[in-house]
Design a protein around this ligand. Sequence first.
Ligand code: 2AM
Ligand code: CA
Length: 266
Amino acid sequence: MNPMLNIGVRAARAAGRVITKHMGRLDSLRIEKKGHNDFASEVDREAEAEIVETLLKAYPDHGVMAEESGQLGNADSEYQWIVDPLDGTMNYLHGYPHFSVSIALYEKGRPYQAVVYDPVRQELFTGGKGEGAYLDGKRVRVSGAAKLSDALVGYTYPYKQGDDLTLPLATLKALTENTSGVRREGSAALDLAYIAAGRLDGAWMHGLKQWDFAAGALLVREAGGLVNDYQGGDSWMQSGNLIAASPKVHHGLLQTYASVQREHSE
Ligand code: 2AM
Ligand code: CA
């Protein structure tokens, strides 16, 4: 394994231990409200501190961009770690056992290594640029689903108060009508890892932050899948609006969203 990825895995497992340790005392956690539907707990912070310490101890000259702390370490380094210590915080705070630790390493601004770790199932998804995607050390590929109508797809829309839901709900309706099933499981990083492993055939995601998708998007691409914005371009890295899927399902998702947009611009 790439030595930097190895450190990323060590950091993710350390964060996973913090997360599971506190699962028995969810009622007494200190919770901070960052915005409507947007929470962080002392667990997010403790897990993040564990990750940052592991990464910067091994690589003191690297930079780290972390959800709760922002930029740490050397912002000018060609190596930047993008960290989400607990993706699916809402699930976690409710005791709904579906969340993950997401750690990506960018080299010169491009995705280079990726880890998504599920501390409940103890499943480790890893990948490296040009090296493929792995689940617990075994190579994985996106699904071979040929048609959108056979696809199981994820849908992520973190609602913020005041949002106009017309287009997101029209999209949910179209996905419900045109696929086998829609899942809204609440951890974007894990959805992407599941696409890489062929458990989901694709996903429509809106308004993500870089730490939500940085690791998962690399996993999807390394597993033979596609990640694009809604027009098939690359603006998703800035906007966080993306479609990720196995190639044939990806095409179907792009067409579906295009028709939703057409209907709503008329
Ligand atoms: P989080 O748990 O780290 O916040 C489901 O809502 C998905 O969207 C999760 O991956 C969640 O990540 C992310 N998410 C939740 N609130 C968000 C926000 N305000 N901006 C961007 N992503 C968010
Ligand atoms: Ca997140």
